[in-house]
Design a binder for this molecule. Structure first.
Ligand SMILES: Cc1cc2nc3c(=O)[nH]c(=O)nc-3n(C[C@H](O)[C@H](O)[C@H](O)COP(=O)(O)OP(=O)(O)OC[C@H]3O[C@@H](n4cnc5c(N)ncnc54)[C@H](O)[C@@H]3O)c2cc1C
Length: 571
């Protein structure tokens, strides 16, 4: 049995981007649109709640910050791969949307005089990370969810696992999902959709991402012929806690924390003489790995050698007030109170700069289908994202996508019909994964993928490693078509969901590595030891990946430059 639910708009994902899109669509639709927001977990448990350090916005021009400065920092941080027209819009919109969150009850940290406080973040030349202790994402999700409750025409569906989008003749018609609690298949028939399913972090084993983030929306889009942009650019955050990978926010270094190698040296002075520990993440991550590879790190478990993050310059009082969550993480996960001793850290997979190719209005090129947040690539971050720019991007472009979808619906309110065969198609999509007769364990395939990605597609890459990695991923892709799902029940069948997620991460890994192999230069987070320089003559362009049959086809798009010419990145 396939249940069909009928909506004008379905939003897939309830993180910052999905929630912000839902509010804007409801507002713009003025009660005339029926909207559904669905998520594979509880709506309030989206990965966005783990955002720690802050959201970037120019709030204090009178103190020296400016839109041009935020734009320049972001563009230089992106290693000139961000689209500059997008950035010019983005930086102007950030303060508007941050103040909107303030009005919706977000308890931003305050200065002594009661005005909103901001902290320093890597690569920004002004303290512009607006924060709420070190739980910024948690408070942002709550403020947005509370605001969404004001709108009566938005139905909220928890624990719905999207497995396919219905798209025919370049027209979106709905989403196929599994209701995880019952195992029933549902079609959310809708005239328009917004993909806000987050990034693809769980391609990696050593990562700051939660296990939820398996790139599902991207993988479905890839299968449905949509374009992926710049997927080879995966950000490695310098300070993942060893051995779990849990994030220790950049806010620690923003507030004065410093990195030290096994010889007690503050090594960042050698790599980024001006910005030091607050250089952009790609540079700090490479510096840490260089220290470790040169034997100046500490031996860690399972090859996770590390350096130290020293909190002592911050002082106990400030640590307890501004960094209480990371302090708890240190105490609970490694038995170290950072007030007393430094934490062991090394770079961990953290953010997906690429995503579904969208224009500045979030449109995917498919009629009626938008994407926003980490799932989308509107080209705000280029080859390397600056910290605090993502949560801002989610609210800025979530709002844009929600407003655009609603305006489009008000003009194009002709229905989409369920086609003959849609129900059968929905059943076959689930059966394709559920009814295999193989003996490969999906969890084991995912574990092997993690080993490959952590080794061959990490901070330093080269032709030989990427070629080996691609071969191994393709082998896993074959294995993923011959699996065994041990749990056969319908109610909360996590084995079935894990099998879908495994297929998604394996298929996306092939795109990441293919793009990385083709990009024979070093730019931002993508560093090739065999091509160590940026090559603007041949590679100042976006990678576009598309799937045709079983093949990944790569092409390129020009980068949009407005007034900032590419220059060497010195910090
Ligand atoms: C630990 C950590 C800390 C961070 N701190 C900061 C910070 O301080 N500042 C900053 O700017 N950025 C930060 N980031 C990045 C930022 O938090 C994320 O980029 C951002 O929150 C992503 O939001 P999103 O709405 O795009 O996706 P998410 O929050 O990941 O939400 C995705 C949604 O899609 C749903 N979904 C996914 N797949 C499916 C499916 N198959 N079916 C149905 N639903 C699905 C999920 O259930 C979820 O609701 C941090 C990232 C990490 C990992």
């Amino acid at each position: 049995m396939v249940e069909v639910l009928d909506y004008d708009l379905v939003i897939i994902g309830s993180g910052l981007a999905g929630l912000r899109a839902a509010i804007e669509a409801a507002k713009t639709g003025q009660g005339k649109l029926r909207i559904a927001i669905i998520a594979k977990n509880q709506l309030m448990r989206a990965h966005s709640i783990s955002a720690e350090g802050g959201s970037a916005a120019v709030l204090y021009e009178e103190e020296g910050d400016s839109f041009d400065l935020h734009a320049y920092d972001t563009i230089k941080g992106s290693d000139y791969l961000a689209d500059q027209d997008v950035i010019e819009f983005f930086v102007r919109q950030c303060p508007v949307d941050i103040m909107e969150l303030e009005h919706w009850g977000l308890p931003w940290a305050r200065r002594e005089d009661g005005r909103i406080a901001q902290r320093a973040f890597g690569g920004h030349s002004f303290n512009r990370a607006t924060y709420a202790s070190d739980r910024t994402g948690f408070f942002e999700v709550h403020a947005l969810y509370d605001t969404l409750l004001k709108y009566g025409n938005v139905d909220k569906f928890h624990e719905q696992f999207a497995v396919d989008f219905l798209i025919d003749n370049n027209r979106f018609r709905g989403v196929v999902a599994i209701d995880i609690a019952t195992g029933e298949i549902r079609i959310f028939k809708a005239k328009a959709g917004i993909i806000a399913t987050g990034g693809l972090g769980r391609l990696y084993g050593y990562t700051t991402y939660s296990h939820l983030v398996t790139g599902d929306g991207l993988a479905i889009a890839l299968r449905r012929g949509l374009e992926m942009k710049d997927l080879e650019f995966v950000q490695f955050h310098p300070t993942g806690l060893v051995p779990s990978g849990i994030l220790i926010t950049e806010g620690v270094r923003g507030d004065g924390g410093i990195l030290k190698n096994a010889q007690g040296e503050r090594f960042m002075e050698r790599y980024a003489p001006k910005k030091k520990d607050l250089a952009p993440r790609d540079i700090v991550s490479r510096s840490i790995m260089t220290e470790i590879l040169n034997g100046k790190g500490f031996k860690g478990p399972n090859g996770l050698d590390y350096v130290l993050l020293d909190f002592s310059p911050i002082g106990a009082e400030k640590i307890k007030e501004k960094l209480s969550q990371v302090r708890e993480i240190g105490i609970h996960y490694v038995g170290i109170d950072p007030v007393e001793s430094p934490l062991p850290i090394r770079p961990a997979a953290h953010y997906t700069m690429g995503g579904i190719n969208v224009n500045v209005l979030g449109n995917t090129g498919v009629d009626g289908l938008w994407a926003a947040g980490e799932a989308a690539c509107v080209s705000t971050h280029g080859a390397n994202r600056l910290g605090a720019n993502s949560t801002s991007e989610c609210v800025v472009f979530g709002k844009v996508a929600g407003g655009e979808a609603a305006k489009w619906l008000l003009k194009n309110n002709n229905g989409v019909s369920l086609l003959e065969g849609d129900r059968k198609h929905a059943e076959s999509i689930v059966a394709e994964v559920n009814n295999q007769n193989g003996d490969n364990d999906p969890y084991e395939i995912k574990r092997r993928l993690w080993d490959i990605m952590d080794k061959d597609a990490y901070v330093f890459r080269n032709e030989a490693g990427l070629t080996d990695g691609l071969k191994a991923v393709r082998e896993l892709k074959k294995m993923s078509k011959s699996i065994i799902i041990k749990e056969r029940g319908n109610v909360y069948n996590q084995n079935l969901i894990a099998a879908f997620e495994m297929r998604n991460v394996v298929e996306l890994a092939e795109v990441v590595i293919t793009g990385a192999l083709e990009r024979k230069e070093s730019r931002g987070s993508h560093f090739r030891t065999d091509y160590p320089n940026r090559d603007d003559v041949n590679y100042l362009k976006h990678t576009i990946a598309r799937r045709e049959g079983d093949k990944i086809l790569i092409s390129y798009l020009p980068v949009k430059l407005t007034k900032w010419k590419p220059e060497p990145r010195v910090y």
